[in-house]
Design a protein around this ligand. Structure first.
Ligand SMILES: [Zn+2]
Length: 104
């Protein structure tokens, strides 16, 4: 499925886990310079299952992690149905329902 990521202003394909747009040549570009190799596994608004708690939650934000020059997708901030927010690891979450509002 083709999705749009606001943070990096670029489209990507969820099936292949690849960006559909190349980075531009501007080294100072806010969008492209810090873009991770892979697109985000989760977008804000996605409904996920938090596997360890067997609870549904909505993705608020997925944070970026930095290891030297390397950038990758790290922990995910989620909001449970009761309004409580928490931070989960990538691997604790499974998408139940993609938020299609901002896509296309
Ligand atoms: Zn750019």
């Amino acid at each position: 499925m083709k999705r749009y990521n606001e943070r990096f202003d670029a489209y990507y394909e969820t099936d292949t886990n690849k960006w559909l747009e190349d980075k531009c040549n501007d080294e100072d570009c806010d969008y492209c310079s810090g873009r991770p190799d892979h697109p985000p596994p989760f977008e804000a608004g996605d409904v996920v299952m938090v596997i360890p708690y067997n609870r549904k939650a909505t993705v608020v934000e997925q944070y970026l992690s930095y290891d030297g020059p390397e950038v990758f997708w790290g922990n995910v901030k989620v909001r449970y149905d009761d309004g409580i927010e928490g931070t989960c690891n990538n691997w604790q979450l499974k998408v139940i329902e993609y938020d299609l509002g901002n896509d296309g």
